[in-house]
Design a protein. Structure first.
Length: 250
């Protein structure tokens, strides 16, 4: 790899981390609407610091060779590649994908079966992130996030496997505990990064077509919705698997 390209990649990745971890506006919100027959949809919105693109563009001007950023006119999200991934999916339809501003990505994914919703790339294998069972008219949706399911998802959806994910996602951090990771980030990025990471969350609302009977984790908002608020640090490390579920009936 060319020396300039190496320097560009290092500076870019550290700039991404600084922008994300020092910004209180970095959030990922998802709403999963699930029916009794395992069909439904996922609505999502990812918001990053609004000045991210400006810094990324400045870096690309400094190190134009080997530039790995998507077309800056579309922000940092490669909409074309994401659409291409889901166009090959046999388990879902990307009904909406929008980039209303350079730092925001939002969309809606329709699926006939939650177990194949995120397959991507035409795969016929069932990802293990979601499972769905019905016993005695009680439906249960289970979400499992661990090293294996994350690796499955990234292999099935290569557009999601960015340089940032490759270098600082859970697969790259395997073996680190919370304090080790926070110490590493504090040493690299300063004291603010420690607080920024601790205060960042992934929020998932599961809305069921029926009445909730029981749940594992989360907070019940009403008779058909449970909210799961997961610290970003848990997703970055996955030193312990994240697992939560909702059971419901008509």
């Amino acid at each position: 790899m060319h020396f300039k390209k190496k320097i560009y990649r290092i500076i870019l990745l550290f700039s991404i981390l600084i922008l994300i971890f020092n910004s209180q506006s970095c959030t990922l919100k998802q709403t999963l609407n699930i029916n009794k027959d395992a069909s439904g949809d996922i609505n999502f919105e990812l918001t990053l610091a609004p000045f991210f693109v400006e810094v990324a563009e400045q870096l690309s001007e400094l190190f134009p060779e080997g530039n790995e950023l998507p077309d800056s006119s579309h922000g940092i999200f490669d909409i074309a590649k994401i659409r291409e991934d889901f166009s090959k999916s046999s388990g879902s339809i990307l009904e909406k994908l929008e980039n209303p501003s350079s730092n925001i990505l939002q969309g809606t994914l329709l699926f006939d079966d939650i177990r194949t919703a995120l397959n991507g790339s035409g795969s016929n294998n069932i990802l293990e992130i979601f499972s769905f069972t019905t016993i005695d008219n009680i439906n249960t949706v289970l979400v499992e996030i661990n090293y294996e399911t994350v690796e499955q998802f990234l292999l099935a959806n290569p557009s999601m496997n960015s340089p940032l994910m490759e270098s600082f996602g859970p697969l790259a951090n395997r073996g680190l505990n919370n304090e080790d990771y926070l110490d590493m980030m504090q040493f690299a990025l300063g004291d603010e990064s420690r607080v920024g990471i601790k205060e960042s969350y992934l929020i998932i609302d599961i809305n069921v077509d029926g009445k909730i009977i029981s749940q594992s984790g989360g907070t019940k908002l009403d008779q058909d919705t449970v909210r799961f608020k997961i610290p970003l640090l848990r997703i970055l490390l996955l030193d312990e698997p994240e697992s939560f579920s909702v059971s419901f009936s008509e």
